[in-house]
Design a protein around this ligand. Structure first.
Ligand code: KG4
Ligand code: ZN
Length: 333
């Protein structure tokens, strides 16, 4: 039963996980608080923090799993996409470990891993399934025919859904990352109070930049009439913004399900933590007779368990990386 050590370092979280025979034995994450004061992730600071965090996080992951270095059968790492300085730290650590342990190296695509996070716990979706992956950097609809056949059939042409949340939050004066705060305020607000436009984008693609602009002009106009407009109406504004982001996402997901005839539907990525999205997704699934799947919260946001499960499938196919491999900031798949 192979044990795999997986490392995730694509953005501002340093993760390490151990999986044996497809079961996650430990999943550790060190988040970087330093970026909050800058209102966004500062790449150089992220790389430096990965360098500090990677050894303790890997040690703790091994300890929690009760596994020693000598018992590791393969070392996996996030190869792309992400911040290049961050990826380099995880890649170099994984390569060095693979060389010193003389065990194979497995390279993992971060976005494929977000999708396959749905394969960690039972019940697992059966193939084929569709996955709406919504994070701070990506918004995609992925058609999965097997763990090895994943195809992006729709994606954002500008901002990602997480960016739409975070940029809207910034316009409202909320700290970074504002997505979870919009979620919290929205829970107390009226989602039909303000109406924001829905973009008309062909196929299964998304666009969120128009929404951001319309929120900006809406707030400017209202603040001319009442300078305390945001403070007085924050829950209703947040609920209305969230409602529109969720409706844009689910409309395309529904279209993709109808056109492919697939009824096994998953969501993944950090934005799938959003309570409005989760609720509307489940309701839509019930209405349309879908089988719906959402990974556990710790497997939705960036984590190394999803890298480990993806590596598990690659290990089964003996799909190993050459030791000369380099990470890349962008990667087609
Ligand atoms: O997948 P993730 O952890 O990191 C990336 O790979 O980007 O996603 C982070 C994104 C951020 O934009 C954050 O604001 C958003 O997920 N997010 C949320 C919620 N929790 C995280 N957005 C809305 N509601 C939430 N509850
Ligand atoms: Zn991610």
């Amino acid at each position: 039963m192979p044990a795999i050590l997986a490392i995730e370092s694509s953005c501002d979280d340093t993760g390490a996980a151990i999986c044996r025979d497809g079961k996650i034995l430990s999943n550790l994450i060190a988040s970087q608080k330093i970026h909050e004061q800058y209102g966004g992730v500062v790449p150089e600071l992220a790389s430096r923090a990965h360098l500090q965090n990677v050894v303790p996080v890997v040690s703790e992951a091994l300890q929690k799993a009760g596994v020693q270095f000598a018992q590791i059968d393969a070392v996996a790492f996030t190869q792309a996409p992400g911040l290049i300085g961050s990826l380099l730290v995880g890649a170099q650590f994984a390569k060095s470990l693979s060389m010193s342990l003389q065990k194979p190296l497995i390279s993992v695509h971060h976005m494929q891993a977000h999708v396959l996070a749905n394969m960690i716990d039972d019940p697992k979706p059966s193939f084929p399934f569709l996955c709406l992956t919504v994070s701070g950097g990506h918004t995609q609809i992925v058609l999965c025919e097997s763990p090895y056949m994943l195809k992006v059939i729709g994606e954002t042409i500008d901002d990602a859904a997480g960016e739409a949340f975070d940029k809207s939050a910034k316009l409202l004066g909320l700290p970074y990352p504002g997505g979870p705060l919009i979620d919290q305020f929205a829970a107390k607000g009226n989602a039909t109070r303000f109406s924001f436009p829905e973009p008309n984008i062909p196929g299964f693609n998304f666009s969120f930049s128009g929404l951001k602009t319309s929120i900006l002009y809406f707030l400017k106009a209202e603040q001319i009439k009442n300078e305390n407009f945001i403070a007085k109406n924050l829950p209703d504004i947040c609920a209305s913004i969230q409602h529109r982001i969720v409706s844009i996402l689910l409309k395309k997901l529904q279209r993709a399900a109808e056109e492919t005839g697939i009824k096994n539907i998953c969501i993944a990525g950090g934005v799938s933590a959003n309570s409005g999205l989760r609720k509307s997704f489940e309701e839509l699934g019930q209405k349309l007779n879908w089988k719906t799947y959402i990974p556990k919260f710790e497997y939705c946001t960036d984590n190394a368990a999803m890298i480990a499960i993806t590596a598990h499938y690659k290990y089964l196919k003996q799909d190993f990386a050459d030791i000369t491999i380099s990470p890349t900031a962008r990667a087609e798949w």
